[in-house]
Write a protein that binds this ligand. Structure first.
Ligand SMILES: Cc1cc2nc3c(=O)[nH]c(=O)nc-3n(C[C@H](O)[C@H](O)[C@H](O)COP(=O)(O)OP(=O)(O)OC[C@H]3O[C@@H](n4cnc5c(N)ncnc54)[C@H](O)[C@@H]3O)c2cc1C
Length: 334
């Protein structure tokens, strides 16, 4: 019998490029021959031609763009559409990225099917014989990988938080992309009842933390929210991104989108700067394995120095300012 994996995704121009990594990761893990990966991309507008061309190269057996004006910033229309599609596709597993919005949608879809849901897993093992999934999720500050199996569930629901698998390779074939208009009665019904009047974004975030090669990490040691501007300036000069420790998010200095670590994002930079970061395991488990870690901390015994390649015992903000000056001079004319 065919083993069907359904991957629902939401069309966001800036994130579509990550689908290749994501699908190849799944495709590499599920080794059964007669598997079928079905990708549905939900969109409320025309998918750009260049993105359609990109979709055609993805490692999925069926690629569908499900278009409806009702898909907006509200979960319910997606819940209705994904429920309908699951009924048609009859997948064994529904696996998506760990995007917060998709997680809140899939949690409710899984509940509708009375199925288990494993979230924020970083990997999984698929048993070819039993066709069971065992998901791996970091626990105890990343010191162990908890094994999660979804039992007594007709469909396995999971979200994966994988690093960008840049080196993924797959057969580059020109596949067909179906475009369907989702005109379910339910979509009309729900969208008729509720209208989004205003959208207030906390911040206009364009940080690209997960794909950045250089990350400027900042912790409570920068002392003042005002000093964050130096981190952004440095990131800008180095063409990198800013990431923070959890206290900075808890204090409301920045949006959660910037948080690195166990309860934040998992990143994979080549160079990681740590300004005023203690080096707590909850944070460090999210920085991947950078080739270079440069840490600035006033406490010479800080945990971060145990993993740093270069350590500077000094005030974080002063060093950030010196780096800005130095890199500006160095990169002049580049
Ligand atoms: C379940 C759970 C999940 C968590 N998830 C996360 C997570 O996802 N991400 C995360 O980051 N944390 C997470 N945490 C919190 C984590 O355990 C740490 O408390 C947090 O990472 C510490 O942040 P920090 O290093 O900025 O602050 P602190 O621990 O307060 O460290 C500040 C550092 O700055 C140094 N410093 C002080 N003044 C200066 C100065 N002027 N110049 C230079 N250095 C200075 C200090 O010596 C210190 O080392 C989690 C905790 C729990 C319990």
């Amino acid at each position: 019998m065919e083993h069907v994996i359904f991957v629902p995704a939401i069309y966001r121009v800036d994130e579509i490029s990550q689908l290749a990594s994501f699908l190849s990761f799944i495709e590499g893990r599920i080794t059964v021959k007669d598997k079928k990966i079905v990708l549905y991309l939900y969109s409320n507008r025309k998918v750009e031609d260049k993105d359609i061309n990109y979709l055609k190269t993805l490692p999925a057996n069926q690629i569908v763009v499900s278009k409806s004006e009702h898909f907006s910033d509200w979960e319910q229309p997606y819940i209705e559409a994904i429920t309908q599609h699951i009924k048609t596709i009859k997948p064994h597993a529904v696996i998506s990225t760990s995007d917060e919005f998709i997680k809140s949608i899939l949690a409710r879809v899984a509940a509708r099917f009375s199925c288990g849901f494993a979230v924020d897993c970083t990997d999984f093992i698929f048993d070819e014989v039993t066709q069971n999934y065992i998901f791996l999720k970091p626990a105890y500050a990343g010191n162990i990988n908890a094994k999660i199996s979804v039992k007594n569930s007709s469909i396995v629901f999971a979200t994966l938080k994988i690093k960008n698998v840049a080196e993924c390779s797959f057969e580059n074939v020109d596949r067909k992309v179906e475009i369907i208009e989702s005109l379910f009665e339910e979509l009309k019904l729900f969208s008729g009842n509720i209208k989004i009047i205003e959208k207030n974004l906390a911040q206009n975030i364009d940080n690209k933390l997960e794909s950045a090669k250089i990350v400027i990490g900042v912790g409570r040691g920068i002392k003042d929210k005002e000093n964050l501007k130096y981190a952004f300036e440095l990131a800008n000069i180095l063409n990198g991104a800013v990431g923070v420790t959890r206290p900075l998010v808890d204090m409301g200095w920045v949006d959660r989108e910037y948080q690195i670590g166990q309860s934040g994002k998992i990143i994979s930079p080549q160079i990681y700067f740590a300004f005023g970061v203690s080096g707590a395991a909850h944070h460090i488990c999210g920085i991947g394995s950078p080739k270079l870690i440069i840490a600035v901390n006033r406490n010479k015994d800080a945990q971060i120095f145990k993993i740093a390649h270069y350590g500077i015992v000094a005030d974080a903000t002063s060093v950030m300012k010196s780096f800005i000056k130095a890199f500006k001079n160095r990169l002049k004319g580049c």
